[in-house]
Design a protein around this ligand. Structure first.
Ligand SMILES: [Zn+2]
Length: 67
């Protein structure tokens, strides 16, 4: 978190961090939906990437148990 703030990386752009010997490597972490692969409007839900469409679908299914 401290590094992110220092480097002015927005929370919306997650980074992968690798350590290699005494180097630290940052790479942009491309987040895509776990279910459909969509890369737009992706949020994390319980550790899974979830796009807005799938989130809505999930909510709709939760609301109607007889799918
Ligand atoms: Zn999706």
């Amino acid at each position: 978190m401290e590094l992110r703030r220092t480097l002015h990386i927005e929370r919306r752009n997650p980074m992968e961090v690798f350590t290699d010997a005494d180097c630290i490597i940052f790479r942009k972490y491309e987040v895509s939906c776990t279910f459909c692969g969509n890369e737009n409007d992706v949020t994390l839900f319980k550790g899974k990437a979830l796009c807005d469409d799938c989130r809505r679908e999930l909510v709709a299914k939760a609301a109607s148990p007889t799918v």
